[in-house]
Design a protein around this ligand. Sequence first.
Ligand code: C2E
Ligand code: MG
Ligand code: MG
Ligand code: MG
Length: 274
Amino acid sequence: KAKGAGRKGYHIYESTSKYDHVENFIHELALSNAIELQEFELYYQLIYSPQQEQVVGAEALLRWNRTGIGVVSPADFIPVTEQTGLIVPIGYWVIRQACRDWHRLLERFGEGFKVSVNISSVQLSEPNFVERVIEIVENEGVPAQGIELELTESSVIHNYQQVEQTLEQLRAVGFTIALDDFGTGYSSLSMLTLLPIDKLKIDRSFIRDMNQSLFSAMLVMAEALHMKVIAEGVEDAAQYQMLKEMNCWGLQGYLINKPIALDALLQHAVSQMQ
Ligand code: C2E
Ligand code: MG
Ligand code: MG
Ligand code: MG
């Protein structure tokens, strides 16, 4: 579907609820100016390694400080940006900003630190995506090894062959790839063995309803595939202890920190977990 053509009628007539679409349209208008108005901001959530007892990375999470409204969560505006293609310029803004922030984070957390950036399938299918991303990290003086790209399962299963090629190219220059929200999509195990993936981020629903044997099986599988595992949504000390004992490579969640602005993150004493 041509992005331009599809937008002409704003889809109002396809709608069961006219209100939704009017709201989306207003959102879209505001979003198209948001980069220029400097309304976007990256929040960060740390990734902690219980084995190394140190922070190994942080995930960049986009926030929209919408004039007159306040902070808007990505769940409320990313879908609109994907439908309209606005995610492409916004996505490049995110990568550039994450690179700028990487320098300060590296200084604070030390060698080997990675910033993770979420990438939508729409971005991934841009013809010059790989070249543009390489250009951005080079301009910002960040080694590709400092950036991890997070993709959801659903974004890699569609267009699988093209995705595989793109990921191979990104990995060849040093980026690492994480499969986000793992376990919620429909990726087959054979697909996992074929795609060039470095890490699995186990969706927080598995941590919440912790089933130890299921989680252990995931860890064994990941190890066999030479992938590291990050548990998402670690909220309490019991989960933390259990995941640490199971030798989970990385932990992320409200227990370690809620996503916050970079300045706040660097000011706060990060709770050192044992
Ligand atoms: P995600 O990549 O899976 O990010 C994790 C989400 O879980 C974040 O929500 C984070 O705030 C939340 N979270 C982290 N720890 C906990 C916890 O312990 N408990 C609970 N209940 N939640 C936790 P957020 O920031 O609202 O982002 C939602 C989604 O929006 C992200 O899910 C990601 O898919 C997408 N997103 C965020 N930033 C970007 C971006 O720059 N580009 C794209 N394409 N998508 C983005
Ligand atoms: Mg993510
Ligand atoms: Mg996730
Ligand atoms: Mg998620």
